[in-house]
Design a protein around this ligand. Structure first.
Ligand SMILES: Cc1ncc(COP(=O)(O)O)c(C=O)c1O
Length: 240
């Protein structure tokens, strides 16, 4: 079992003095992880039921994963999007193989992925209307969470997320998940897309039914809308 490279005794003080207080953190300093476990700076072990808030979906520090990261760090640390890298093309191929026909946009966070979707909806709306700025409405769900960028916050109808940051991006409307009619009622000539989490995470664990999702698919086909799914927290297709 390897020891962590840095164990500081003054972490709480450092956070207090230098780290922005945008999160209320429990008094816990985590220094090491393995599989489903993490350890704090006193050596106490915890089971990580959050998987690092869904980021460490394969568990912590699997030796195959660690070796791949080490090898790549020693070969080539970064290639900008101006150039190709063989692994990116191969990863895109594998994702498409599993997810279905299409292309992959690689980015750095869930919020950035959602910004990409919102931009795709704008492009789709422009194509539909034949003019920029006309068909920009995106129908999202009440209790949704789509991230903390301006587009993401605007798609997230929660006071605790939006408070202090208005005016937000215009053009968002909100239906009730598993109530197809509430989405259908909001569709009009200005609508470009429907955007939902297949399983709402931050709003409570609220899964969409198959029937509702197929209903949204049909509604989108009927009105030439994009159906956009945020699977950042529920596992990028792993829920089926
Ligand atoms: C459903 C959902 N969408 C988007 C995000 C934002 O992802 P990120 O924190 O990587 O920007 C989250 C983060 O928890 C999320 O749960």
């Amino acid at each position: 079992m390897s020891t962590p490279s840095i164990v500081r005794t003054n972490t709480a003080e450092l956070y207090d003095s230098y780290v922005m207080k945008n999160y209320a953190r429990p008094a816990l300093t985590l220094v090491r992880g393995k599989g489903v476990s993490v350890w704090d700076d006193t050596g106490k072990e915890y089971l990580d039921f959050t998987s690092g808030v869904a980021v460490a979906a394969l568990g912590h520090c699997h030796p195959v994963w660690v070796e791949a990261i080490r090898r790549q760090a020693g070969e080539l640390i970064h290639v900008s999007n101006l150039f190709r890298h063989p692994n990116q093309g191969e990863l895109a191929r594998r994702i498409v193989q599993h997810a279905g026909p299409g292309r992959v946009f690689f980015c750095n966070s869930g919020a950035e992925a959602n910004e990409g979707l919102i931009k795709l909806a704008r492009l789709h709306g422009m194509k539909k209307a034949g003019e920029e700025g006309k068909c920009i409405k995106i129908i999202c769900a009440k209790h949704a969470f789509h991230g903390r960028t301006f587009g993401g916050m605007s798609a997230t109808p929660q006071e605790k997320i939006q408070k202090g940051f208005r005016p937000l991006v215009p053009g968002f409307a909100f239906g009730e998940i598993n109530n197809l009619q509430s989405f259908a009622d909001l569709v009009d000539a200005d609508t470009a897309a429907i955007f939902v989490e297949t399983v709402q995470g931050e709003g409570g664990v609220n899964p969409c039914t198959d029937e509702f999702l197929w209903g949204l698919r049909n509604l989108c086909d009927q009105h030439n809308l994009l159906l956009m799914l945020d699977e950042v927290q529920c596992g990028l297709g792993r829920s089926g």
